[in-house]
Design a protein around this ligand. Structure first.
Ligand SMILES: Nc1ncnc2c1ncn2[C@@H]1O[C@H](COP(=O)(O)OP(=O)(O)OP(=O)(O)O)[C@@H](O)[C@H]1O
Ligand SMILES: [Mg+2]
Length: 466
């Protein structure tokens, strides 16, 4: 039996929790405001605390900091109805154990309590709430469950200085996430230096990244600093890491392992102080299986990994993003556009968004250039591919996709013994992805639909990085 405190100014919520916790065999403590919460914390030292963000009398973040000071061993689960990026990041920086967006179901509460009590995760490693006032940052928009997860990860990764890999389709916001991690971390006053590994020719990339010594090659006049040195104690963003050629993959692996590198033409190691954030829109796991990406580097990078889902997998974010871009362009262009027509929004909701958020941003920008009206209507929008109605998994589309995949793999000269494994992997991932989408992310339902056990589903999701 554990002591669990619930802090919420809504009586209904307190009572629902009390009943549930008792049924689960725990001892429930209840508080309706900050003062009585602190009192309960002092007197009863609860192991777990569910804390509401919006208490009528005081700010939940402030209270969170105070509770963490008073009782650092308690796992505090922060609850809110509005999951904006800065509140989520702040809560995680202040050492919240978890972040729950209302409304949530009690099964989730049970899962969290179970996770804490089995001690699989300790809170000891999370920051102790040192104050880190966030600088103004390019706010990310989106309140879908998957974006909340991402804000939470960003928050965690601002207090833990580890290498991070950000994955996701083109235009989903990978660079934005990398910048948010940097801008909210203690390194934020130091440089953020980006290197696009796909855009620089292979022979130049090495000296671009690591710099060179005087006379390293013809034309190498004076010693030149590379991006790793330029980043200093800041962050270096290695974009399109999937494009890195094998010779540089080896060098990067050495940087990660030894925390130092050599300039081209030099032989004394230069220490790496910068934090590395890498990104790719390739299926890095598949690249590895196909023999194009080093296994050791893959596993080293994959350790801490944020995957940003495609926009079509979080359609509830579309209206928010539309508003966000319209108000931004209104400001930039001194316009007074107030929104898109209902039919446009409907088309948006049915569209597959292959270019993700960037495509949405560009669509709005283009429509605002072309139209003089305050409401953006259909004729100003253009969709690159046919709209995909959401719904059940279609077997014929899967067969088509497999054929295409097979053809492109043959063309790409994939390693034959791995071809089958690779294809089966991709198809399996696609099916699991689809099943989860159709079931709105509910793993129990998705497992039933696929006819596999929930733990099998979990394992497969983990293998595929879902
Ligand atoms: N959640 C979001 N809220 C607001 N703007 C966003 C969001 N996600 C992406 N954007 C905007 O969409 C555009 C694309 O984002 P970004 O460049 O970070 O994507 P990316 O994943 O790095 O794309 P690529 O794979 O093409 O490099 C940017 O203008 C960015 O500001
Ligand atoms: Mg990018």
């Amino acid at each position: 039996m554990s002591k669990i405190l619930v802090v919420d100014d809504e009586q209904m919520i307190r009572l629902a929790f009390a009943e549930f916790l008792k049924d689960e065999g725990h001892s429930a403590l209840l508080a309706e405001d900050g003062e009585s919460a602190l009192e309960q914390v002092r007197v009863h030292k609860p192991e777990i605390i569910f804390l509401d963000y919006r208490l009528s009398t005081r700010d939940g973040l402030e209270l969170l900091a105070e509770i963490r000071n008073l009782l650092p061993t308690a796992a505090v689960i922060f609850m809110t109805a509005f999951g904006t990026m800065d509140v989520t990041i702040r809560a995680m920086q202040l050492g919240a154990y978890e972040y729950l967006t209302k409304p949530f179901d009690l099964a989730k509460v049970r899962d969290i309590i179970h996770r804490i009590l089995t001690g699989r995760n300790t809170i000891a490693s999370l920051g102790q709430g040192q104050s880190l006032p966030a600088v103004s940052l390019d706010q990310m928009v989106g309140r879908s469950a998957s974006m909340q997860e991402i804000y939470k990860m960003i928050g965690l990764l601002t207090t833990q200085d580890v290498t991070v890999l950000v994955t996701g389709e083109s235009g989903v916001g990978k660079e934005l996430v990398a910048r948010a991690i940097h801008d909210n971390s203690p390194r934020r006053l130091e440089p953020f230096v980006a290197v696009n590994c796909g855009a620089v020719p292979e022979n130049l990339l090495e000296s671009e990244m690591f710099g060179y010594e005087q006379g390293a090659f013809t034309g190498a006049g004076a010693r030149k600093m590379g991006k790793f040195e330029a980043a200093g104690h800041g962050s270096i963003f290695l974009d399109e890491i999937g494009e890195l050629q094998p010779s540089l993959q080896v060098k990067l692996l050495r940087v990660l392992q030894e925390k130092s590198f050599e300039r081209v033409g030099g032989n004394s190691p230069v220490p790496v102080q910068a934090r590395i954030i890498a990104a790719t829109n390739k299926e890095l796991h598949a690249e590895m299986l196909a023999g194009r990406f080093r296994k050791d580097l893959f596993y080293r990078l994959y350790l801490v990994h944020i995957n940003i889902p495609a926009l079509r997998e979080r359609r509830e974010d579309i209206p928010l993003l539309v508003d966000h871009f319209i108000s931004r362009f209104n400001r930039e262009q001194s316009r007074k556009v107030c929104g898109v027509a209902a039919s446009v929004m409907q088309a948006f909701q049915g569209y597959s968004w292959p270019g993700n958020v960037r495509e949405l941003e560009n669509q709005i920008k283009r429509a605002m250039v072309l139209s003089r009206d305050d409401i953006l209507i259909d004729e100003y929008f253009e969709f690159s591919s046919q709209t995909q109605p959401s719904g059940q998994i279609s077997a014929s589309s899967l067969v088509d996709a497999s054929r295409q995949l097979f053809a492109s793999l043959l063309k790409a000269d994939a390693n034959p013994p791995l071809l089958m494994e690779y294809m089966v992997g991709i198809v399996e991932k696609t099916i699991i992805d689809e099943a989860l989408r159709v079931c709105n992310g509910n793993q129990v339902h998705a497992a039933q639909m696929l006819g596999i056990h929930r733990s099998t589903l979990r394992q497969k999701m983990k293998n595929h990085g879902l």
